[in-house]
Design a protein around this ligand. Structure first.
Ligand SMILES: Cc1cc2nc3c(=O)[nH]c(=O)nc-3n(C[C@H](O)[C@H](O)[C@H](O)COP(=O)(O)OP(=O)(O)OC[C@H]3O[C@@H](n4cnc5c(N)ncnc54)[C@H](O)[C@@H]3O)c2cc1C
Length: 440
């Protein structure tokens, strides 16, 4: 098998929320970018989250920076991708005297972080949420929302492809090459044969695998994969996202994700290998116990299935470090200090803040390669495919840049009345066709 060789300015490793937004941001700056994903887009943590576009309220007492980032991005994502957001609102509910004593800290923390929060009296709570526990004592409304991650991520990537970005799925980066202390390329395995890509910079956006990918260039990153398990209850249990009124702990959120599916989560356990997360009976028991304390009706359907993923948390400090206390904010690490210029790792963060994390990463890379400064993904409507970009996608299909049955279905979607108005249909096809977008 002959190696496929190509070149670009920047290789992005990882097709999760951070990698896809980084690819879009760089494409908008005119930087030639290839995204490599070892499985398929959104197959990692981004496709297995709890489905919340956080208001930030959950973090106000433990992590104010993360809380501020969440509320800012909650507003930005709602603006640029309204088709991926369900604005249901969230309620924090106290069930005990101890939890009630957290009420004031929660509300004052929200106000400090700029998160709109309103006290809800108990009668109103019962009217809004008939299934809430009889033990409910106090409640606070916050702007938590539901987010559909796969829609968001593929929206960002469709916009990036329309602007010339290339995407290769089933491409696992196995080596990051350097010369004289500078990144010069990557090698990746692919079912069609090995890939050799020359580039000037690499963004490691591989989430909980970031430590492993950084080691391919010989540098260390202290990202600690922290697993979380979630349970799917096949029922409509609540109208709002329900949070237990206490600092973050296990089983304290119920998300009415879509009609007939409520998601209860999560747990937090350090794991060695993000590819091997054990889902134990104990996890299901914790989630059922804690979830039904908030909403007793959960006990009737129980869980139809459980799923899990790993957070890409950053280890900080000494022995007192723990997954719940760890920051939910992000960091972009510039590895030039460890002798590898042109390698940047995006570490930590939330799905809610992926766009911002990507913008900071893209800004650093742009500065390194001399590309234009200043991103504008916060102003790009992802629910519309600009009329002048439709021919780009058509051309890409004609050139054979988009391979597989997806090319045919994409062509058809392009010729509907909605093509220019709404890229949503095209992205749906992308999700359903399960074909890989290959653009070399
Ligand atoms: C249980 C749980 C619940 C969560 N719930 C929420 C929530 O409700 N709201 C919220 O805002 N955040 C939530 N988060 C956090 C959020 O999901 C993550 O922070 C975010 O999805 C991380 O995105 P990412 O792009 O960094 O990583 P990922 O989505 O994991 O993407 C990394 C990608 O890199 C790929 N990759 C790895 N190695 C290689 C390689 N060698 N070559 C090529 N590709 C590679 C992987 O296949 C993967 O697709 C949750 C996290 C967990 C664990």
């Amino acid at each position: 098998v002959r190696a496929l060789r190509t070149k670009c300015d920047v290789v992005v490793v990882g097709g999760g929320a951070v990698g896809c937004f980084t690819t879009l941001d760089l494409a908008l700056r005119g930087v030639s970018t290839i995204l490599l994903e070892r499985r398929y887009v959104c197959s990692g943590t981004s496709g297995r989250s709890h489905g919340m576009l956080h208001s930030g309220a959950r973090y106000v007492t433990t992590d104010e920076r993360a809380a501020r980032e969440c509320i800012a991005e909650n507003e930005t994502i709602s603006k640029i991708a309204p088709h991926c957001v369900r604005d249901l609102g969230g309620l924090f509910v106290s069930l005990s005297e101890e939890e009630e004593s957290y009420h004031e800290s929660l509300v004052s923390g929200c106000l400090r972080a700029g998160i709109p929060a309103r006290n809800i009296d108990i009668e109103t709570l019962r009217a809004l949420e008939p299934n809430i526990s009889r033990d409910a004592r106090t409640a606070v409304w916050v702007p938590d929302k539901v987010i559909y991650a796969r829609e968001l991520v593929t929206s960002a990537l469709t916009a990036a492809v329309a602007r010339g970005a290339r995407v290769i799925e089933e491409a696992e980066v196995v080596k990051i090459h350097t010369s004289g202390g500078e990144v010069v390329g990557v090698s990746a395995s692919h079912p069609g044969g090995p890939l050799e890509i020359s580039c000037r910079a690499v963004v490691n956006a591989s989430g909980p695998w970031a430590g492993r990918v950084a080691s391919l260039a010989g540098v260390e990153v202290d990202v600690v994969p922290t697993a979380g398990v979630m349970g799917v209850a096949p029922a409509n249990l609540t109208r709002h996202i329900i949070n237990r009124m206490r600092p973050p702990s296990d089983g304290d959120i119920i998300v009415p994700y879509e009609s007939g599916a409520s998601i209860v989560g999560t747990t937090a356990k350090l794991v060695e290998d993000p590819d091997n997360i054990e889902v134990a009976e104990e996890d299901a028991n914790i989630l059922l116990e804690e979830g039904s304390a908030l909403v007793p009706a959960l006990r009737t359907p129980g869980f139809s299935r459980l799923y899990a993923s790993a957070r890409p948390l950053i280890r900080r400090g000494g022995d007192e470090w723990g997954p719940r206390a760890s920051t939910r904010s992000f960091e972009i690490l510039d590895h030039s200090e460890e002798g590898v210029s042109g390698l940047f790792t995006a570490a930590g963060g939330k799905l809610t803040t992926c766009r911002l994390e990507a913008e900071v990463a893209a800004e650093l890379v742009s500065s390194y390669i001399g590309a234009p400064r200043g991103g504008f993904t916060d102003r790009l409507a992802l629910n519309k495919l600009d009329t002048d970009l439709v021919p780009n996608i058509r051309e890409a299909i004609k050139r054979g840049d988009v391979l597989g049955s997806f090319a045919a279905t994409l062509s058809e979607a392009m010729d509907t009345i909605d093509s220019e108005r709404d890229a949503h249909l095209i992205r749906r096809v992308l999700l359903l066709s399960r074909t890989r977008v290959v653009s070399l």
